[in-house]
Design a protein around this ligand. Sequence first.
Ligand code: 4NP
Length: 174
Amino acid sequence: MKNKTISIPLREITEENPYKMVFVCLGNICRSPTGEGIMQHLVNEQGLQNYFEIDSAGTSAWHSGQPANSKSSQVASSHGVALLSRARQVVSADLEYFDLVIAMDKINKSDLESIQPYHAKNNIVLMRDFDSNPEDGNVPDPYYGGLAGFENVFQIVKRSCENLLNQLKPQIKK
Ligand code: 4NP
C-alpha cells in the first residue's frame, strides 16, 4: 500500500537548526518512550542524529521521574531498541518549542489542544496519521495488558515512525 502524506510543519532541517519532535502519551512510560526510542534508533542508524532532537512526555504527572515500563523496555530491547527516557509531564511551552508534537491517541491530542497557547502553531498530530493501517487512529494503551499488547504497540509505532522520518528526510540540507 502507498503511504499517504499528511500535512505537517515542514522547514529546512540543518545541523544548526535540527527538527524537534516530542512524542506524547498519558503516562510517558509505555507508548511515548517507545516512540522516542524507535525514532532515535532510526535516526542514529541512518547517521542523522545531528539533524533531529527527539523527546517524549506525558499528559499526566503520575509517573514523573520514572524510567520506561519494564514490558515496554523488554519488547524494545528484543528489537535492538533502547528506551532511555525519564517520565515528565508535558507543559504548554513544549507546544511552542517543538516543531512537531505527536500524540499517541485522540484523548492525548485533545488534552494537548486544551493547554495549547493561543498563538501556537498548528503542530499537533496523531502517531497513526503516519500509519499505513491507522484503524481507529489510536495507539492502544498497553498498560493493563500482557506482553502481546506491548509488541503490538512497538510494531504500530515502528512503521509510523519510519513513514514520518521518510516524510522529513527530504527537508535535510547537509
Ligand atoms: P502510557 O501508558 O500512556 O502509554 O505511558 C500508561 C501508563 C500508566 C497509566 C496508564 C497508561 N496509568 O494509569 O498509570
